[in-house]
Design a protein around this ligand. Structure first.
Ligand code: 5AD
Ligand code: SF4
Length: 441
């Protein structure tokens, strides 16, 4: 009789966005909705959006066009745009994309039920107010797509670094940390539900700070102490404030994973300055040396932007040099995409031709491919503790998991199941995965 209305949510962008989608899921299921993976049966469609690069926004715009079809079939269908694009474009998005009924920024999700009421009354509804203190600390995320083994925990929101290329400080607002008690409690609950890995998320986790003096190293330790069988990861670190204290905390707890994501963005000091990154290449190298010294065997990954304003061939070569020197295990690599209203948009010219950006990106990708392969190849013959996560996509006969270094490891299933820790000896590799077999303890 009282059938619940169905919500379909599609998510783009960073892990933080995926984590926000789980908060939205929780708010909506508390208000008489249930989530569905089948868009055709939805009464309500949400897209949680990303603005980081122009192509991320283009993808969402194209998707919104496709939603028109569902609206024709079901006239009462409500379409909501959530997240960074909603925050960046505000009312403008409603005037440009007529099929959109609701616009909600990242700090306004508690207001969703009220906004839906307005939309159901036939009016457009919008809330893009950013907050200085919203962390959704009391909301218990629903994790419908979870593998039941690994989960994200959002520990802080917003960003105040103002890297000159970046839209995030404008779309996600002021930096604020979440109460550590609620974070530890969430980790404990997840562990008792059978989860074996949590990733602590924030735009810049190293600047986590709570009123009682808890900094990120302390928080990480508290989560690591929940249980030695609970793996702990975190993302993302800013090189300017990755401390030795944090590295020593990691070294003291084997369940804190040996993997650090440390975005370098560029190897050129001149470009780093224009990017407002607040470190230079020698500071960055000295941070990598500290990782190598305090945490031997720790994997290091990075983000790189190529073709930033005024970047020369010399600057580009310095980026390639940095990559070789750091010997990254993994990298996310992007062409610079100018974002409206950022510092770079106001102050500098996006003057590297598209074709040059393309060539430089390809050189960066080719080099990283070689570095990743070399890193994986060096693991052949080594034995790692792997947390099994899921049946391998290609064949149900294999399990797929990750080692502490965050490398994907595939091995014959035997009698193991997701959630098990398995010692696996690596026998072969591709640039993207390690292959191996379980060995006795
Ligand atoms: N253009 C290209 N890449 C960007 N990133 C952030 N802003 C931009 C931009 N305007 C990249 C950075 C960041 C990652 C999440 O996205 O490398 O670390
Ligand atoms: Fe995209 Fe950045 Fe917003 Fe994440 S915070 S959704 S990466 S714009």
């Amino acid at each position: 009789m009282d059938q619940k209305r169905k919500l379909y949510i599609e998510t783009y962008g960073c892990q933080m966005n995926f984590s926000d989608t789980q908060i939205v899921g929780s708010i909506m299921t508390d208000h008489d909705f249930e989530t569905t993976g089948n868009i055709a049966e939805a009464d309500l469609i949400f897209v949680n959006t990303c603005s980081i690069r122009d192509n991320a926004e283009k993808r969402v715009r194209a998707r919104l066009q496709e939603f028109k079809r569902y609206k024709k079939q079901k006239p009462g269908l409500i379409i909501g745009v959530l997240g960074c694009m909603a925050e960046r474009l505000k009312e403008q998005l409603i005037s440009e994309e007529k099929m959109v009924d609701v616009i909600v920024g990242p700090d306004a999700y508690r207001d969703l039920p009220r906004l839906l009421n307005i939309a159901e009354g036939g009016q457009k509804a919008i809330n893009v107010i950013l907050s200085a203190d919203e962390t959704y600390a009391d909301i218990n995320p629903v994790r419908p797509d979870s593998n039941g083994v690994s989960a994200f925990i959002s520990i802080m929101r917003g960003c105040e670094n103002f890297c000159s290329y970046c839209v995030v400080p404008y779309t996600r607002g002021r930096e604020r940390s979440r109460d550590p008690q609620t974070i530890v409690k969430e980790a404990e609950d997840l562990f008792s539900q059978g989860y074996r890995e949590v990733t602590l998320l924030g735009q810049n986790v190293n600047s986590y700070k709570w009123d009682d003096g808890t900094g990120f190293a302390k928080l990480l330790e508290r989560v690591a102490l929940v249980n030695p069988l609970l793996r702990v990861r975190f993302a993302t670190s800013h090189p300017k404030d990755l401390t030795d204290e944090l590295l020593h905390t990691m070294a003291a707890h084997p369940n804190i994973c040996r993997s650090i994501h440390l975005p370098v963005q560029s190897g050129s000091d001149r470009i780093l300055k224009l990017m407002n990154r607040k470190y230079d290449s020698s500071w960055y190298r000295q941070r990598i040396e500290a990782i190598r010294r305090i945490l031997p065997g720790c994997a290091i990954s990075t983000d790189i932007i190529t073709g930033f304003c005024s970047e020369t061939e010399q600057d580009h070569q310095e980026t390639l040099e940095m990559m070789k020197w750091a010997a990254y295990d993994y990298a996310f690599m992007f062409k610079y995409s100018e974002r409206p209203d950022t510092l770079a948009h106001k102050k500098y010219k996006d003057d590297v031709p598209e074709a040059v950006k393309g060539t430089r990106l390809q050189e960066i990708i080719d080099l990283q491919q070689e570095l990743s392969f070399r890193s994986n190849h060096a693991d052949i013959g080594r034995t790692f503790e792997v947390l099994a996560e899921s049946l391998s996509r290609k064949s149900g006969k294999e399990l797929s998991g990750r080692n502490s270094q965050n490398k994907v490891v595939v091995f014959p299933r035997e009698n193991y199941k997701p959630g098990d820790y398995v010692r696996v000896r690596v026998t072969a590799c591709t640039p993207a995965t390690l292959k191996g077999e379980a060995v006795a303890e």
